[in-house]
Write a protein of this length. Structure first.
Length: 249
């Protein structure tokens, strides 16, 4: 899921990446909404709120929303910078490093929220910063890997693309419908798993509160394990075969 670049990716790899990261975004967004009363996987609403507070001249809230927007931007910047820095050395390392950072941040949110969070305004604002940064990391990472095809939480753009692609699919001038159908399937997968993640996040947050955030790093680590396990098994099999040859000789 993480090694192949845009032109080398199979439909299966794109569907797995889309489903897993959209599920993470859905869980994070709904759990963040229930915990902090703020959407944490996208920034569209934050821009609207920023405009509202500018009109009302509410300077404290203006600063907060500007910082939140910058944290999402910073996550996207850091993710893209890391990918470009490591892509010539190791594609897997380039793409897995932002995901490792995201997992560490969300694990820290889970630990802090479960053990130390006192629901003060300052704590809330800082924790939201951390979650927005992690979602910026993920959105940029997934977009880079898929060549812009997958955006795990940008549903406004998803519906725009989906509408255009459905129109292309049924337009009489479209000759090769298979690539368009694959794109439609990927968009629907993102939408479905984002909704599913939101339902799961909401249900389990009501039961376990911040404990839900412990499961998000597990999903991210599973994505990385899926990519590295074939390589690890290949190396182990070669070591085993080499050991058998040395014993036989």
């Amino acid at each position: 899921m993480l090694k192949a670049i845009k032109d080398q990716r199979t439909l299966k790899e794109n569907l797995m990446l889309a489903s897993s990261t959209a599920f993470v975004a859905g869980v994070t967004n709904v759990a963040g909404m229930l915990a902090f009363l703020v959407f944490t996987s996208n920034v569209t609403g934050h821009v609207a709120n920023l405009a509202k507070h500018i009109v009302e001249q509410n300077y404290h809230q203006m600063i907060i929303f500007v910082v939140w927007l910058l944290m999402f931007f910073a996550g996207a910047f850091v993710s893209s910078f890391i990918i470009r820095s490591f892509s010539d050395k190791s594609r897997w390392r380039a793409n897995s490093t932002p995901m490792v950072i995201e997992a560490i941040i969300l694990l820290a949110v889970a630990i802090y929220g479960h053990n130390f969070y006192k629901e003060t305004d300052t704590e809330r604002e800082i924790v939201i910063c951390a979650v927005l940064f992690s979602m910026g990391l993920q959105n940029s990472l997934v977009s880079n890997i898929s060549g812009g095809l997958i955006k795990s939480s940008h549903l406004t753009g998803l519906f725009t693309d989906l509408g255009s692609e459905v129109a292309e699919r049924f337009h009489p001038t479209t000759k090769d419908v298979k690539p368009v159908e694959n794109k439609i399937l990927i968009r629907c997968t993102v939408l479905g798993f984002y909704l599913f993640g939101g339902l799961v996040g909401g249900y389990f947050f009501d039961l376990y509160e911040f404990t839900v955030f412990y499961f998000i790093p597990v999903i991210l680590l599973t994505i990385m394990y899926y990519d590295v396990s074939p390589l690890a098994l290949h190396k182990l099999s070669r070591m085993f075969a080499s050991g058998k040859r040395q014993t036989a000789s």
